[in-house]
Ligand binder design. Sequence first.
Ligand code: ZN
Length: 212
Amino acid sequence: MNRNLRKQWIVTPDQLPAVIRRCPKCGKKTEFINSGKFRVNANGRLIDVWLIYRCGQCETSWNMTIWERAEAGRLEKEEYEGFLKNDPGLAEKYGNNRDLFTRNKAEVAVANVEYHVTAVDTAYPCGEANAMEIEIRIPPGFDLRADIFLMQQLPVSRSRIKKWCEDGFLLNGGQVLSPKEKIKDGMLLQIRKEACRQIQEEESKMIQYHIV
Ligand SMILES: [Zn+2]
């Protein structure tokens, strides 16, 4: 891997966020899971579209409103057909839409959602030799703390990440990163060469361990 090219880390949640609601059947607050299915109701020229969630314990459904009595012309034809076909891309788009959750007064359960990261090289060289630059792509509303995220992605401990922040080895768009900061879409993380050297040391230790 060439450390001198800026990388892009694409964060993809493995599940869509659940919604916390009081389930009438369970009689308590439960997690409602995105079913990936839509309900479409066309009444003359007015259209309603909901995304269906189901209680994780008893399957009781809750419909999250996407369109309510919308004039047919306001919906894109392609999207309308996607709703009818339960297009997974649309379930992901609307199932990650913070504004929509707010409009539906839905409390989102984003904690404990697992995710994976795909790393790709960009064509841009890093500003500093032997350093790393990472541009983050992450869906809106997916909350991750910088120190926890970096600990999971790099072969170092959380206390080491904290130390790097204190020493100014970890930057966010030129400013010193705070370990508590949230990872945001489009943010540019810079890992200074001093920290990269420590990453290389940890990596070489791991390689030796695997050979033994
Ligand atoms: Zn229930």
